[in-house]
Write a protein that binds this ligand. Structure first.
Ligand code: HEC
Length: 143
């Protein structure tokens, strides 16, 4: 990886980490844990403090990119390999939640993807439940 793209990725990490902090500040701690399914809570993490939606699209829809600062969007557009379409089962390489938890905690292998250190274990479990929901919706849609 060239030095320039390394610097770019580090900057992206900083931008996204800042975003996560802002999001975390904004999240009111009001949702009672029992009121929603785990996948629903995971969806909030995905589209919120986890900043997964920055790269994977809102609700995991790759064609629904959020409004981002132009330089952040440009850095994400340059990612190689590009962010996976989490709703397309045939595009997925990981087969276990253990492996998924690892890429979320330790970063995505082969990319400059920074590790998430802000999620609680509960939030990680909820996110995994949400990813499973995305996969099941994917198969439901396929002919
Ligand atoms: C900076 C952009 C970026 C962000 C933010 C991001 N991802 Fe990813 N993600 C990627 C890229 C790029 C890949 C593809 C890695 C590869 O092909 O090896 C990927 C791959 C994955 C995979 C592996 C899919 C598979 O089975 O092959 C999972 C699961 C995943 N991301 C979940 C998440 C979750 C959950 C979050 C939020 C906590 C998240 N990602 C945040 C860029 C991102």
């Amino acid at each position: 990886m060239s030095r320039l793209s390394y610097v770019g990725l580090v900057m992206l990490g900083v931008v996204l980490f800042d975003g996560a902090l802002v999001q975390a500040d904004r999240q009111p701690a009001k949702t009672p844990a029992t009121a929603q399914s785990d996948a629903e809570r995971g969806r909030a993490v995905f589209n919120g403090k986890g900043v997964c939606y920055y790269c994977h699209g809102v609700d995991g829809n790759k064609d629904q990119q959020p409004q981002l600062a132009a330089d952040t969007a440009a850095l994400i557009a340059q990612l190689n390999p590009p962010p996976t379409d989490l709703r397309n089962r045939t595009a997925l390489r990981l087969t276990t939640d253990k492996a998924r938890a690892k890429v979320i905690r330790e970063g995505h292998p082969g990319t400059g993807m920074f590790p998430d250190t802000t999620m609680t274990s509960q939030e990680l479990r909820d996110t995994l439940a949400y990813l499973a929901l995305l996969r099941s919706e994917s198969s439901a849609k396929r002919k």
